[in-house]
Ligand binder design. Structure first.
Ligand code: UDP
Ligand code: MG
Length: 332
């Protein structure tokens, strides 16, 4: 086991860190930063904004650097290539130094204006995790909404740890929740599952998910499908069990059917060779076996990736924010 690659110590060095994964968001970054700054300025806590550039191919990094020139509260974490949103968020959490950490998308679908309310629930009511729960998803197609709905309902019934439905990555976490998360070193990171797995007092905060401010979603249907598979296979071993039970069921039915065939042949003889029924059984069993193998393969593949024990990401650049002098005491 490797130690968590956390740059932050257990002792928080500022009030709030806002972690923002960024992949080709040049059209939204300036507006995002403007709205977020207004919100942070109104907070009574010192803050930093951790922009994680996830291998953007556009001007995103240049824009973040320009923002950093004007605003020293910005931390830049530039990954060596595109690692995907889950790893980008993880890198942000490793480098966040706040007593509480907010994770938010750059595209303004999650309104930064809700952050003060998250902070209040954390400070005044002592919740370790305050997560945004979407009551509506404006600007997303019926297909995306339906598949998302089905995915959340399916995954909820397959694991003892309940993963709340319609909850994205937009959330606030206390320092101890972030430290807990940073100890989970698996390379296959399905963050929604990990967020739920760590436990601690958690509360949902219902909100309306806005449209993207500009640009397009980075998740097409194929990517969402692999994401869903990733989610299911890294969150639960239910498909393995399902394969076992399906096998048992089919074997049970086959056993009784065999008894029936023997009895029938003894009583009435066997005048016609049953080609059609035989083909149906062969094809169906072949299909079921291949499916079972595929499920097994998904898990073996994941074990293969896990055993390589590679680091989650590499950094191209790390520019920490200039925080007010640490007094040595925890800022909360
Ligand atoms: N993102 C990322 N790496 C990726 C894909 C997306 O860091 O490989 C970021 C993206 O810049 C945005 C957030 O993840 O801040 C959510 O992405 P997007 O809006 O495309 O997803 P959606 O809201 O459609 O689910
Ligand atoms: Mg989005």
């Amino acid at each position: 086991m490797t130690a968590p690659r956390s740059a932050a110590s257990g002792l928080a060095q500022c009030g709030i860190s806002v972690v923002v994964p960024v992949f080709n968001e040049s059209e939204v970054l300036a507006e995002f930063h403007r709205r977020l700054s207004d919100v942070l300025a109104a907070l009574a806590l010192p803050s930093e904004v951790v922009f994680v550039n996830d291998g953007s191919a556009d001007q995103s990094l240049a824009i973040i650097r320009a923002l950093r020139q004007q605003d020293p509260r910005i931390t830049i974490v530039d990954l060596s290539r595109n690692f995907g949103k889950e790893v980008a968020m993880t890198a942000g959490l490793h480098h966040a130094r706040g007593a509480a950490v907010v994770v938010i998308d750059a595209d303004l679908q999650d309104p930064p204006e809700l952050i003060p309310q998250f902070v209040r629930l954390w400070q005044e009511r002592g919740y370790d995790v305050v997560y945004g729960q979407r009551t509506s998803r404006a600007g997303e197609s019926v297909l995306k909404r339906t598949t998302a709905y089905l995915f959340y309902r399916l995954i909820q019934h397959t694991n003892r740890v309940r993963m709340p439905a319609d909850v994205g990555d937009f959330r606030l976490m206390s320092r101890r929740a972030v430290d807990a998360l940073n100890q989970l070193t698996e390379t296959q990171r399905f963050m929604k599952g990990l967020f739920a797995w760590i436990g601690f007092p958690q509360i949902a905060f219902p909100y309306e998910r806005d449209r993207r401010y500009a640009g397009n979603t980075k998740f097409n249907y194929w990517r969402l499908w692999t994401f869903a598979l990733e989610g299911i296979t890294s969150y639960t071993t239910f498909p393995l069990k399902a394969a076992t039970y399906l096998g048992l069921l089919i074997a049970g039915v086959a056993f009784f059917h065999a008894g029936w065939i023997v009895l029938k042949t003894l009583l009435f003889g066997e005048p016609v060779p049953g080609y059609p029924s035989m083909m149906v059984v062969i094809l169906m069993l072949g299909g079921v076996q291949l499916m079972g193998l595929g499920v097994l393969g998904e898990y073996v593949g994941r074990m293969f990736n896990e055993t390589k024990g590679r680091p989650l990401y590499f950094l191209n650049e790390y520019t920490p924010a200039e925080l007010p002098e640490a007094s040595g005491e925890e800022v909360v």
